[in-house]
Design a protein around this ligand. Structure first.
Ligand SMILES: [Zn+2]
Length: 335
């Protein structure tokens, strides 16, 4: 058993309260390798932003939980080395699917966990979330629950269609479970193919697909039920077209990939939405840079030669998200 405080990590309680008050959102970036982690930490330090490092069950299997623990501890040390005296870094389990998995992460130094019972019948979702909260709070670990179902595919999580969160359920859920934040479904979606072409309209000027708008009426109704309660948006990558174009230009084949427009996320970040999850955009940025580097220098076989531009491209993306979309720059509590 290792407590997250020993690793220099923090839970989400204080940073969320400040984000809700301040009208911005904390970035939750998924990671599963060193280059992503370096890029996230460099971006967070340069912008003086708090940051949530997210690990899915699949990423945990990929990277190994022991390594992850030391990577998170290393991230704190690295941030300090880069000049950030008091980094605010959360290690968060994304889409925990059982009490056992959440407990195991808490015991291995995670400072925050999500228990996703959103696919279960309501009463079972309440029961498993409550059980995780009871264990987590004994260790001062914060818990994210979920109500409503997002469409799309994200590793083990997939659903053919979304079901918006029912605002009339949120008070009961939060009261019964004691969760610290709530992921809701208002039309965001997992993966790089968030919408079918049929769900989109076409921008006459660019010919690009324009996705349907988020259900801000549902978000407002939830906020009315739970004033000031931290709300989380999953599946909030924007799928930058320039990265998709680069991938396709250098031998990739991404057809009709569509994300959430950044102006919609900017609007959400100003509300009680205080955590916005971004995973696919980083994957696209990494893959685009690697494809380009390999295509331009076909004789190169030193991984550092193509992983360096990949890391640079991810860092640029993370800084852009922090500064221009989420507004979490210069928000460290102890600067
Ligand atoms: Zn998610």
């Amino acid at each position: 058993m290792v407590g997250y405080k020993e690793l220099g990590l923090v839970n989400t309680r204080e940073m969320f309260a400040k984000a809700v008050d301040g009208g911005y959102a904390i970035p939750a970036f998924n990671f599963n390798n060193m280059e992503q982690l370096q890029a996230i930490i460099m971006a967070a330090v340069e912008t003086k932003s708090p940051v949530i490092l997210q690990v899915s069950k699949g990423a945990r299997n990929y990277a190994n939980q022991t390594l992850l623990r030391y990577m998170a501890e290393g991230a704190v040390g690295y941030a300090k080395e880069l000049g950030c005296e008091h980094p605010e870094i959360v290690l968060h389990l994304d889409h925990g699917d059982s009490f056992e998995l959440c407990k195991s992460c808490i015991d291995m130094g995670f400072s925050s966990v999500m228990i996703d019972g959103s696919a279960l019948p309501y009463d079972e979702n309440v029961a498993v979330t409550k059980k995780v909260v009871e264990y987590a709070h004994q260790h001062d670990v914060t818990v994210e629950g979920e109500l409503g179902v997002l469409a799309g595919v994200e590793e083990e999580v997939s659903a053919a269609e979304s079901h918006y969160t029912k605002p009339e359920e949120v008070i009961d859920f939060v009261t019964k479970t004691g969760c610290d934040s709530l992921a809701i479904s208002i039309g965001t979606s997992h993966g790089a193919y968030k919408f079918t072409p049929e769900q989109c309209t076409v921008d006459p000027q660019t010919g690009r697909l324009v996705p349907p708008p988020l259900a801000f009426d549902v978000l407002e109704a939830v906020e009315k039920q739970l004033p000031g309660f931290p709300i989380v948006l999953h599946g909030s990558s924007s799928v930058p077209q320039e990265e998709v174009d680069t991938i396709n230009q250098y031998g990739g084949c991404l057809k009709a990939a569509v994300g959430i427009p950044e102006d919609q996320l900017r609007k959400a970040a100003k509300s009680a939405v205080c955590k916005i999850n971004i995973d696919s955009d980083s994957r696209l940025a990494m893959t685009a840079a690697i494809r380009k580097a390999l295509a331009e220098k076909p004789a190169e076989f030193d991984p550092r030669k193509y992983l360096t531009p990949a890391r640079d491209n991810m860092k640029k993306l993370y800084i852009h998200k922090i500064v221009n979309v989420l507004g979490s720059d210069n928000k460290l509590i102890n600067k």
